[in-house]
Design a protein. Structure first.
Length: 292
């Protein structure tokens, strides 16, 4: 979500985005034991980092997420967050005007809300006191937001808009869910894994879109399951696993095919035909890039 915003809205390049991600994670506290995590400190650090990041790019920290200034040629970016009242309902924060919710948070409020996972951050309260809502990170089952985002794209650009490429970027196949000898720790881990699961949606789409050339799912198939949030700065092994995955024949062929389609901007299917799926980049036809 953080990367989707800084790539799509702030128009940073990939290397700048990675540097920003490393910079903020270096300041935050990640620990296996929840009791050792200072959620208040993490929340304050995240907010201050985001304020500084926006100011360096000439954006006021008070800028609203839905900015009506049409002179700013930015990509349309969508963020999803869950409220403590209903963790399965995806609340939408859009970086463009739309009908629907009366809630129009600042950019910082929206980013903090969608990143406010319970184990590491305090809930983010948005709105006037009488109608205030408390946000606690991503909604259950929407850590892979591909279906939601394709549906949103259809509303914004129309069902007849043709799609050149949908790229879904995973963060590695997860370990199998199982109950270990320590029941409490196992239940805690399983609930966390269920909340952050991306593969149920990915598997469903792989089945439904298997014959559609416009859809590409990239996800390292082995080696990533042992990494957790504490290992964010141990990238050597992650890079090795990623290189091995990208060198696989069918993956390499799919990437070459995708590059040809992107260069030619071939739109082989409409959003209406896809019906039901963070738009980061738009041009004559539509490219949709989703990252978890």
């Amino acid at each position: 979500r953080f990367l989707a915003f800084i790539l799509g809205y702030l128009r940073m390049n990939v290397n700048q985005g990675i540097d920003a991600l490393f910079a903020v994670t270096a300041l935050l506290s990640f620990d296996d034991c929840m009791e050792d995590i200072d959620r208040e400190s993490n929340s304050t650090i995240l907010k201050e980092f985001l304020e500084s990041m926006l100011q360096k790019r000439g954006i006021s920290p008070e800028t609203k997420m839905s900015n009506t200034d049409d002179s700013l040629k930015r990509s349309k970016v969508v963020l999803y967050a869950a409220t403590s009242t209903n963790i399965s309902h995806p609340h939408v924060f859009r970086a463009y005007p739309s009908r629907g919710s009366n809630l129009n948070p600042t950019i910082i409020e929206a980013l903090c809300a969608t990143m406010a996972i319970q184990s590491h951050f305090l809930p983010v309260k948005i709105g006037p006191r009488r109608t205030q809502q408390s946000f606690i990170g991503g909604p259950l089952g929407a850590n892979n937001p591909t279906r939601l985002l394709l549906e949103e794209a259809g509303k914004v650009f129309g069902k007849n808009r043709r799609v050149a490429r949908i790229v879904s970027l995973g963060c590695g196949l997860p370990r199998a869910l199982s109950i270990g000898s320590s029941e409490n720790m196992s239940i805690h881990r399983i609930l966390k894994d269920i909340t952050t699961d991306c593969e149920m949606v990915a598997n469903e789409l792989a089945s439904r879109l298997s014959r559609i050339d416009a859809y590409l799912r990239l996800n390292v198939i082995r080696g990533m399951e042992s990494f957790d949030m504490k290992g964010w700065d141990h990238l050597g092994a992650i890079e090795t696993h990623t290189e091995n995955y990208l060198a696989m024949g069918d993956v390499s062929k799919s990437l070459d095919n995708s590059l040809r389609r992107l260069r030619a901007r071939i739109g082989s299917i409409t959003l209406g035909q896809l019906s039901g799926y963070t738009v980061l980049y738009l041009d004559a036809d539509v490219d949709i890039v989703i990252s978890q």
